[in-house]
Design a protein around this ligand. Sequence first.
Ligand SMILES: Nc1nc2c(c(=O)[nH]1)N[C@H]1C(S)=C(S)[C@@H](COP(=O)(O)O)O[C@H]1N2
Ligand SMILES: [Mo]
Length: 442
Amino acid sequence: MLLTGAAAMLAQTARSAETGSGAMITLSPRPLDLEMPLDGFVDEITPTEHFFVRCHTYTPVVKEAEWKLQIDGLVEHPISFTLAELKKLPHVELVSVLECAGNGRSFYEPRLPGAQWRFGSVGNARWTGVRVKDVLAKAGVKAGATELLMDGADVPIGKMPDFQRNLTLEKALHPDTMLAWAMNGKPLTAEHGFPLRVIAPGWASDSWVKWLQRITLTDKEFDGFWMKTAYRHPNHSVAAGSAVDPKDMIPVTDLNVKSVIARPGEWAKPGTVLVQGVAWSNTNPVTKVELSLDAGKTWQETKLSGTGAKYGFHRWTYSWKAPEGQHTLISRATNSAGQVQPLQQEWNPNGYLWNVAQPRNIVIGMSAPVAETAVAAPEEPMPEGYKAACLTCHDGHMVAQQKKLTRAQWDREVTKMTGWGAEVKPEHRNAILDYLLKLSSR
Ligand SMILES: Nc1nc2c(c(=O)[nH]1)N[C@H]1C(S)=C(S)[C@@H](COP(=O)(O)O)O[C@H]1N2
Ligand SMILES: [Mo]
C-alpha cells in the first residue's frame, strides 16, 4: 500500500511511539558518530538502527574471507581463528548495555572538547559469541601475563595513533566477557564492528574493541595514546576546571549507575501521565529507581519492569497525576552495591562517566508551549588556510559541536590536530584560533 505524505507521517509517528524515535543525531558523518535521541530510551533492547555509533576513525569494511583473529604474545601456542573456527567453541548469549565513557560530556561545566554527547551514546543489545576465556584456553596463557592488547582492523587517519586498548586478564577471564559476532540476532554491522567485537559487560565501551583482529598477551599496560592519555580519569575528587597530575589519572573501567527519563518529553496534558525510562549500571545491577516530581524535595519509588537482565537496561514506570504547571522531574537509580546517582556531578578533565540525577523540565498544560524559533547564527567567514588545514579528514561537524571552549583549549586542540597531520601554517594559526573561538562561543 502506498501512503500519501500525511498518512506516511502519521504511520511513522505511530511506529516511533512504540519503538522510539527513528532519526539519529549526527555528531559527525565521517568519522561516524551518531547519537540516539531521548525517545529511544523507551526500548528495553535498542534496535540496531537506533544504536549509537562511535568511531575514532573511518569505518573499515572487513571481508570475512580475508579476516582472522590472531592470538599471540605471552601464550604457549600462538593461534589464529577464522569466524567458522570461532563458531565451533561453545556459544554464549548475553544482554548488555554498551555506553561510551564520554556520554553526557556536553553537560560538563567548564565545557570540554571531544564528542559532545548528550544522553544517547548508550544502548542495550543482545550479543552472541564466545567467551574470551575459551578462546584464550586454546592458546594457553603463560604465567606473568596480566593484560590483553586488543587491536581492530580500523586504520588511523594521517598521523593519529592507532586505536589499541588493553583489557586486564582478570576482566578477560570473567565468564561474561565475550567476543561477539552478532548483535540482536544479526551479524554485526560494519559500524558496530563486523565481524567480531569485544563485549566487556559493566565496563565503558572504550574497552569494547570493534573489528577485532588481534589479541596480544602482555605483562604491562600498553603505552599508546588511547591507553596513556585518552580514557583516563582522576582517582580522587578534583575542583571543576583544575589540572590533574597525570600520575593520578587511572584507566576508565566500570560504568556508573544511571537512569534516563524517556517520556514524557517537554510537554504533556494534565491528568494521568506515564513517566517512563530506563536505568542501567556496572557489574552491580540496578535495584531501585526513584522519581522526584518536585525538583528533588521528595522521592517516589518507581515500578521496575522488563526482563531485568543483569547488565541490561531496566525499564521503570511511574503513573503520575500531573497537575497543570511547570515541573522539574528527576530520576535516580541505585544498584546492588548501594551506589546511587549523585545530585551533584563531580567534574573530570576528559568529561567521562557523567551520571548525575539530572533535572528535566516539563510543562503540564492543555496546549503545547510555543517553541522558540531558533535564530540561525550568521555565517562566519573562514580564515585563510582553515579549509586546507582543518576540513580534510573530517568536515565542520567536529568543530561546530564544540561549545564555549577557551582559547587555551582550542590551542591544545589545534596542537593535537597538527600532531595528527593537520597542516597549519604559522602565519595562519592566530586567525584560525580566533575563528574557532568565535564559532564555539555562540
Ligand atoms: N577498533 C575500534 N573499536 C572501538 C572504537 C574505535 O574507534 N575503534 N570506538 C570505541 C568507542 S569510544 C565506543 S563508545 C564504542 C562504540 O561502539 P558502537 O559504535 O558499536 O556503539 O566502540 C569502541 N570500540
Ligand atoms: Mo566511547
